[in-house]
Design a protein around this ligand. Structure first.
Ligand code: C2E
Ligand code: MG
Ligand code: MG
Ligand code: MG
Length: 289
């Protein structure tokens, strides 16, 4: 337990235990053990959220998101298990499974839905995976096993990591050399800024929900969103607004020429069968917001 907390707090840092911290650590350890079992017992699954292409008025892409149905705890959120998976290294195996499942599901949709199928699928990649030496080979193996065209896969990485680390940037270039594209997730929340964007080998910028949620009420947030979109356009990158919950937000983002939007307004993340249904019923262009 002490080692575990020391890792969380950073090497060589003094860690003072208080009861709540102790509970957190205990819960973290319990989750780590259970996560190991979950991988063996196949308790993890993948849900999919549509990413709506504003000009086409329909889903051009879907994002795959990991879920865990624990036998006694019920649904555990990614906010709880992804950090534990990262610290324990289990994220490498978990990430491989999500990628494999998502690529296969994408190919199944192409066969099942034809023109109504999404054109690409996005899968999240953690910092730990990006540093893992086997990543590029793992991704190539997933591409080969599923038969997905590399250009139909987008990997999402967070800003803080990609911006700061030359190793990570090199790895991103190796991934792009496979023919897939890279998205910068949660843009605006990390350490980097618009000034660094041109240094990053990314194709898509995903504007974080925390900006989108203030779009209607805050001129400051609108200005930041608009600046992000302009800079991305200048660099030839596409833009996605995350966490769109209202038609007012969607209208603003479209006015600002954001390319795509994702959020509860369109659909929550759904299991594959439910998203198949959604894709069928939203095959025709969505009504303009
Ligand atoms: P993310 O990649 O930024 O994914 C978007 C998150 O926002 C998802 O949360 C999604 O359910 C949520 N969301 C989408 N639209 C809305 C909306 O309109 N309103 C609100 N309030 N939320 C919305 P989720 O699924 O809980 O995932 C949280 C984070 O966990 C993800 O953020 C991602 O960073 C991480 N994650 C999830 N699955 C994976 C995975 O397979 N691998 C890795 N490495 N990370 C994952
Ligand atoms: Mg994401
Ligand atoms: Mg995101
Ligand atoms: Mg986000």
């Amino acid at each position: 337990t002490a080692m575990y907390e020391a890792k969380r707090g950073g090497r060589g840092r003094y860690v003072v235990f208080d009861p709540s911290m102790h509970e957190r650590v205990a819960r973290g350890l319990a989750i780590e053990n259970d996560l190991r079992l979950a991988l063996e017992r196949d308790e993890l699954f993948v849900v999919y959220q549509p990413v709506v292409d504003f000009s086409a008025g329909r889903a051009g892409a879907v994002e795959a998101l990991a879920r865990w149905r624990h036998p006694t705890r019920g649904l555990v959120t990614p906010a709880e298990f992804i950090p534990v998976a990262e610290e324990s290294g289990l994220i490498v195996e978990l990430g491989r499974r999500v990628l494999d499942t998502a690529c296969r599901q994408f190919v199944a949709w192409q066969h099942e839905l034809g023109v109504l199928a999404p054109q690409s699928i996005a899968v999240n990649l953690s910092t730990v995976q990006l540093r893992h030496a086997g990543l590029v080979a793992d991704v190539q193996a997933c591409l080969d096993a599923s038969g997905i065209a590399p250009s139909q896969l987008q990997l999402e990485v967070t800003e803080s990591l990609a911006a700061q680390d030359e190793v990570a940037r090199t790895r991103l270039r190796e991934l792009k050399a496979l023919g897939l594209t890279i998205a910068l997730d949660d843009f605006g929340t990390g350490y980097s800024s618009l000034a660094c964007l041109h240094q990053l080998p990314v194709d898509t910028v995903k504007i974080d929900r925390s900006f989108v949620s203030h779009a209607e009420t805050s001129e400051y947030h609108r200005a930041l969103i608009e600046a992000t979109i302009r800079v991305a356009q200048t660099l030839g990158m596409s833009t996605v607004a995350e966490g769109i919950e209202s038609s007012g937000q969607a209208a603003l983002l479209q006015q600002m020429q954001c390319g795509r939007g994702q959020g509860y307004l369109y659909s929550r993340p759904l299991e594959a069968a439910a998203l198949t249904h959604w894709l069928r019923s939203h095959g025709a262009p969505l009504a303009a917001a």
